[in-house]
Write a protein that binds this ligand. Structure first.
Ligand SMILES: *Cc1c(COP(=O)(O)O)cnc(C)c1O
Length: 423
């Protein structure tokens, strides 16, 4: 084909009853022109136009199969929701709801009431508040309690959460002034004690979620920090990062933090909790109330779908936490994962390899989860990522590892079909 043989945009789009056809035809012809100039044959333009239209119509935000071996993968949307949570979302989204209506009194209610009871019950807190994400929860707490005043933080806890977002910057935007104490590796309770002055609003503890300092290190126990805060009559705010609602060695739970003397605890809804993206604040009722009344709260409040998913997830904590996908994946034994990898390997002709999985989401950064993968040829990595649904694996030592830690039993056949489609 030569340049002069190319149809016009209108000619190519003619006959297609699709409002996007002209734009799509323009891109197809532009690309064909470049290919002809480069000496290549652009092939069947009508088929390419249909392909182009299919691509434009495909949703951008799509389900993917997570064969990376990282359970709470921020790039892959963190926690998958439990079936029970999904049911609550669909039901709430489909029609109207009592989002801000007290059905008993027939008067205006608060959207915060729907999950407050469960959060109080699961953490032992007096009060609870839900906003969009944990970064918002921390920002709101600092703005409501520390604006125009000082917030004392250890130098060992001035962390970068991810994607360039750092606690000191969040703090600066709250209007509070950061007072750093201690050193990178060692901070003692008396460092906090000495830093507190008449203008100190609160002590902030930030869980070193996604990293660990090892060797010559020291950080005060939460109880010691709480004692300092109490002595000076100021609150202790604990940013737990992930936070858990069950006992999990190595990750502090919101309940433990409150029991150790924190006045407010902030944590994420979609990390180890296994729910929707949300920021949860629990603690003293008078402090939670100050957050609730702050103008930023209105800008950060969670929407009804989040609240529905969170309520559905929190209800499972009462009697069936094993139904929460994140907790179920964390609790798998190696044999289960290996069997899954074996089934996949038998279907695609791969080999089973032992791997090390990760919790992800900035939780338990050193935890090595015994896992298993099906190893296939490295050249499949890109086509699998472009597939439908896309499959994300890990390239290592010239092979593509399809880790089965975060693949559900019901997804094994889909991964196998995706591999077959790429060969
Ligand atoms: C993850 C994390 C945050 C941010 O939580 P999001 O829910 O992602 O906004 C804040 N602080 C710490 C310590 C974290 O680990």
């Amino acid at each position: 084909m030569e340049l002069r043989d190319l149809p016009s945009v209108d000619e190519l789009a003619r006959g297609l009853d699709d409002p996007l056809a002209v734009d799509a035809a323009r891109s197809v012809i532009e690309r064909a022109r470049e290919e002809i100039r480069a000496g290549a044959d652009p092939g069947d333009l009508e088929a390419r136009l249909e392909e182009e239209l299919r691509g434009i119509r495909a949703p951008s935000l799509r389900r993917v199969l997570n064969a990376t071996g990282v359970i709470i993968h921020t790039n892959l949307g963190r926690a998958p929701l439990a079936e029970e949570a999904l049911v609550r979302v669909v039901e709430t989204a489909r029609g109207y709801s009592n989002l801000e209506l007290d059905l008993t009194a027939g008067a205006r209610g608060s959207r915060q009431d729907h999950v407050a009871f469960l959060l109080r019950r699961l953490t032992g807190a007096e009060a609870a508040l839900v906003v969009n994400n944990n970064a918002a929860a921390v920002l709101l707490a600092l703005a409501a309690l520390g604006e125009g005043r000082e917030v004392v933080v250890s130098r060992g806890e001035l962390i970068e959460i991810g994607d360039g977002f750092r606690i000191p910057d969040v703090l600066a935007h709250s209007g509070a002034r950061l007072v750093e104490v201690g050193s990178t590796n060692r901070t003692r309770a008396k460092d906090y004690d000495k830093a507190v002055g008449p203008n100190t609003a609160l002590l902030l503890r930030v869980h070193q979620s996604n990293f660990r300092v090892v060797g010559f290190t020291e950080l005060p126990k939460l109880e010691e920090l709480a004692a300092v805060a109490r002595r000076h009559g100021i609150p202790l705010v604990d940013d737990l990062g992930s936070g858990v609602l069950i006992e999990l060695s190595g990750e502090p739970s919101a309940k433990e933090s409150l029991a150790a003397g924190s006045d407010l605890v902030c944590f994420s809804g979609d990390k180890l909790l296994g729910g929707p993206q949300a920021g949860i604040v629990v603690g003293r009722a008078d402090l939670v109330e100050r957050l609730r009344r702050h103008p930023l709260q209105r800008a950060m409040r969670a929407d009804k779908l989040t609240l529905a998913a969170l309520e559905g997830t929190l209800q499972l904590y009462l009697d069936a936490p094993e139904r929460i996908p994140v907790l179920r994946m964390l609790g798998q034994d190696l044999e289960t994962v290996r069997t899954r990898a074996g089934r996949l390997a038998a279907l695609v002709g791969g080999t089973v390899e032992e791997t090390v999985g990760r919790v992800g989401g900035g939780a338990l950064p050193l935890a090595e989860l015994a896992s298993a993968a099906c190893a296939v040829e490295e050249s499949l990595a890109q086509p699998l990522r472009h597939g439908d649904p896309p499959v994300l694996g890990v390239v290592r030592d010239g092979k593509l590892l399809l880790d089965c830690l975060a693949i559900a039993d019901a997804e094994v056949d889909e991964v196998a079909a995706a591999v077959s489609a790429c060969r």
